[in-house]
Design a protein around this ligand. Sequence first.
Ligand code: SF4
Ligand code: SF4
Length: 277
Amino acid sequence: MKRRYFIFDPEKCIGCFNCLHACKDEHVGNDFSPVALPQKLHQQYWLTTTEHIRGQHPMVDVAYLTEPCGHCENAPCVAEGGGAVIRRPDGVVLIDPERAKGKGDLSRLCPFGKISYNEEQGVSQKCTFCAHLLDEGWKQPRCAQACPLEALRMEYAEPEEMARRAASGELAPLDAAHAACGSALYLKNAARLNTLFLGGSVATGEGPEEVCAENCPVALLRDGAEVQRQRTNAFGEFKFDGLKPGIYQVVISPGEMDRQTDPIELTESRSIGVCRI
Ligand code: SF4
Ligand code: SF4
C-alpha cells in the first residue's frame, strides 16, 4: 500500500527557513482538530533546519539538514503512546489532541526530538504532514510547497519502490537509528552531510612570485590505490569529496616527476594547504 514519504536534498537546500515559516503560517492560531490544535507562536518547531559546516579556513562549505518528523513505520511514539498517537494507513503519524490531553508531556517518546509540549493547549504536538490539506487533495504539505528549490518534497509511493531506490543508492535514510524506526524521511545526495573532503592547492614560486598552478593533475590514493583524480581549477585548488575517514595520500603530477604527500589521516574535512611544485 502506498505511503507518504519526505525526501530531502541537502544539495539544494539554502537554509532559507521558508519551510519553517510556512509551517508556522499554517498552524499558529489555526485549529485543525482532529488533526492538530494550534501550534505555539514561539519556542515550538515541528521541523528544524540545522547547519552542517565542513572544513576550516581557507576551504569551508556548509550544508543544511531540514528534518520534520519521519512518520516512522515502527514508531516508538505509536508503540508507547497509550493510544494517543496513531499511524494512518497512508503512513501519517498523528497525535490525537483529545487522547493526548491529560497524558502530559509525550516528548520522551520520540528518540529524534520531534515531539514537543504545547502548554498553551495542554497537549503534546508534532508535524502532521499537513494531513488536513493532503486529505483535501493538496499534493504537498505547506513546508514542501513553500520550498523555493524543491529541496523538501513529499512523495506518495509504494514501500517497495522506495526500498529499490534506497538499494540503488539514489536515496538513503538519515542514519541507522532512523532506518531502524522505519523513518519515512529519506535523503537525496546524502554524501553532502555524511562524508568528508580533502582539499588543497598547488602553486609554483613563493611570496610575490607565487603563481597558482592551474589544470595540474592531482590524484588521491588510499592504501596505495588511486580512488579519485582531478585537475586543479583556475586558483590551483583541488577538492576530493565524498570520502570516508581513513589514511590518504595526494599525488601531484605537474610534469615528468610526481610529488607525493606523506600519509594524511582524515578524520574531518580539511585542506592540506598549499603544495609547492
Ligand atoms: S520521528 Fe519521532 S515523533 Fe515522528 S513518528 Fe518517528 S518516533 Fe514518532
Ligand atoms: S524551504 Fe527548502 S531551501 Fe529553504 S530551508 Fe526549507 S528545505 Fe531548505
